[in-house]
Structures are given as C-alpha cells and as structure tokens.
Design a binder for this molecule. Structure first.
Ligand code: NCD
Ligand code: ZN
Length: 345
C-alpha cells in the first residue's frame, strides 16, 4: 500500500528570522525549499529601521537564494522611538516592505532598540493606520515584576486592547501566540486582528524545557506554556478560522550561544517546519485544514495573491540531521536526530 499524500498550495511563512552573512546563506534554503514567501523579521544587529536598509537586506537575501530555487522575502521595518511618519509613508510606497514590527525594548533577542513606551508612537501608528501598513507585535510586557509565563496575557490587557481600540482600522498581527488568553482575544477582536502560530508552540508544552535536565534548544520567546495553552493553540490553528495563520518564528542561533550560562532564545524549525505542522494537523485529525492555515489565511490577511505552485507531503518518516554547519558554527534544528512522520517530496 502506498503512503498517504497531501498536495497543497505552496505555503508562506508569516514570521521568520533569516539573520545575515554566513548564517543567512546556510538557513535560506531550508525556508525556500517549501515556503514561497516569508515575512522577514528586522531584528538584525543593528536593526533594520529604514526603507533603504530593508531594501539592501532584501538584496542580500535574494543573493543568498540557491540556484534553481525561488523565494520572495517580504520585508519589515523595526519600529524605534525615532521612526518617523515619513519613513512609514516611504515604506508603504516601496514594493519591498509589507509591515512594521514592534518589539517592546528588552522583550527578546536584539530588541534593545525596541519601543520603551508604546504610548509614544501614536503618530507612527496613526500613519500606519492611514496608509494601511500592518503592525506586527511581539506581544509581551518586559516588566521584571511580571512572571515570565504571564507576559503575553498582561501585554494584551495593558497594551493590545488599547492599540486596537484607538486604531480600529490598523491591521494588527499578534505574533507567535502562546496562550488561551491570546486566542480568546484574537477571536473576539475585529477582522483586522490576526495571529501567527509557531509549530513549536503547537507541539511542545513547557515541560519540554526541563525534560530530564535543562533543554536550551527548547528555549524561545515567548516561552512554551502549559499543556492547556498548547491545546488551545492546536484548536485555533486547526479550526479553519482565517484569523490564524502559519508563522514559524524559526530563529537560528549558534549551538554554543544556546548551550551557555545565559543562552539565547530561539528555535530553529525551518528544516522541519511544514512537515511538523502536517504532523500536528494529522494528530488533530484536521489535515484538510492545513492548506488554509499554511497557504490561504496569511495572503488573504495581507491582501496578497495566494501562491500558484503546489507542494506534496507524504506520510513517510525521515530523520532530521543532528547538526547543521554554518561557517565556523553549528546549529541544532528542532527535533535534531529524531524522526518526523511527514516528508516533503
Ligand atoms: C527570536 C530571535 O532569536 O530573533 N527569538 C525567539 O525566541 N523567538 C526573536 C523573537 O521573535 O522573539
Ligand atoms: Zn520572532
């Protein structure tokens, strides 16, 4: 008997870290092999804050795409307290830029230049609403008194509700949602509010960070949450609701930067991403909804055409590499050295 196959419209990744230099050259093929486009995060060092920088970064990405592969990077600007409404207008006019990213300062990797006071960027949000450029949010507060597992829920309560009330027409993506609270909020909000969901938050709960010892390769931000939250995410992703779409947040770091006394946050999922999403949807008995989540809801939200190409996934186990070499570094992918049930043909 032949293995089960699933043929779907080629997906896109609506939240991706590609890095730069050697790392970019190593990781780009892992995304381009199965995603036609990706919303590329601007948290380089230094961050991508201007249209000119985003266009230059886009050229570096395109130059790194291997022969014979196609990939369309959709660029974003990193909002700082100095971002001007004029830069937003230039971003809208550029055909390279599709959104603006807000990192609360200190929330995650390379967020030092992020926004310290969300009440002080009104002029920019106003302009984004006016020109219709989507706002992408790392939705976590940074206050040290707030428990790290509660930071997403508190962000929604303190900031997101206000932003959505004050700028009702602003398209907003609450990125990499991790909690039932976030799912509930997005469901109740207007159709201008959506969320991306990573594959690691669909697969793992917070026990995975401590399984038999400290597991730095399961450390990401926002943190993995308890099992009830994971189940809420699976329910949202597999519901068919167009407010939820695929965003891997694949975020490679050198192995030694993760296996450290103060390790970096980020999970490198690109080499196994679409296969693991298929695993999650198959386990939830919702394979027929994978195409909507992975290939339709994202472009529909952004007002972009759906892809014409197709990919085929097959229910056949394969083994993920233990390590991926990049320059003088190594990266450990999600599920390194273990089997994945679905394979990309
Ligand atoms: C991301 C990174 O490494 O750039 N890390 C992560 O844990 N997700 C930043 C981010 O998206 O928070
Ligand atoms: Zn990210």
């Amino acid at each position: 008997m032949s293995n089960q196959q699933l043929r779907i419209t080629k997906p896109d990744d609506w939240h991706l870290h590609l890095r730069d230099g050697d790392m970019l050259k190593t990781v780009i093929a892992d995304t381009a092999r199965c995603f036609a486009r990706a919303i590329v995060m601007p948290n380089l060092k230094p961050p991508v804050t201007t249209v000119a920088e985003a266009e230059a970064y886009r050229r570096r990405i395109l130059a790194a795409v291997p022969e014979g592969m196609t990939f369309d990077p959709l660029m974003t600007l990193y909002l700082t307290k100095n971002t001007s409404p004029d830069e937003i207008r230039r971003a809208k006019a550029s055909d390279a830029i599709y959104a603006v990213k807000v990192y609360p300062a200190g929330a995650t990797t390379n967020s030092e230049n992020g926004v310290r006071d969300l009440n002080k960027v009104d002029a920019v949000l106003e302009t984004m609403q006016e020109v219709d450029l989507p706002l992408l949010l790392h939705g976590e507060v940074t206050d040290r008194e707030i428990d790290v597992f509660d930071r997403e829920a508190v962000f929604i309560e303190r900031h997101l509700q206000q932003i959505n009330t004050r700028f009702p027409a602003l398209r907003t993506v609450l990125e990499h949602v991790t909690t039932q609270d976030a799912v509930d909020y997005v469901l109740e909000a207007s159709e201008r509010v959506a969320a991306t969901i990573t594959v690691h938050h669909l697969l793992l709960n917070r026990n995975a960070i401590f399984e038999g010892g400290l597991r730095p390769h399961h450390y990401c931000l926002p943190l993995l949450k308890r099992e009830t939250h994971r189940q809420a995410l699976v329910k949202a992703a597999t519901s068919g609701d167009p407010k939820f779409f695929l965003g891997t947040d694949s975020a490679p770091h050198p192995k030694n930067a993760k296996e450290s006394g103060c390790g970096c946050a980020g999970i490198y999922s690109a080499p196994v991403a679409i296969e693991l999403y298929a695993e999650v949807f198959a386990d939830a008995d919702a394979l027929d909804r994978l195409e909507g989540f992975a290939s339709f809801h994202g472009p529909d939200f952004y007002g972009l055409p759906r892809n014409d190409d197709r990919i085929t996934l097959e229910a056949q186990a394969w083994s993920v590499p233990e390590l991926i070499r990049t320059g003088s570094d190594e990266i450990l992918p999600l599920r390194a050295g273990t089997d994945v049930a679905w394979r990309l043909i």
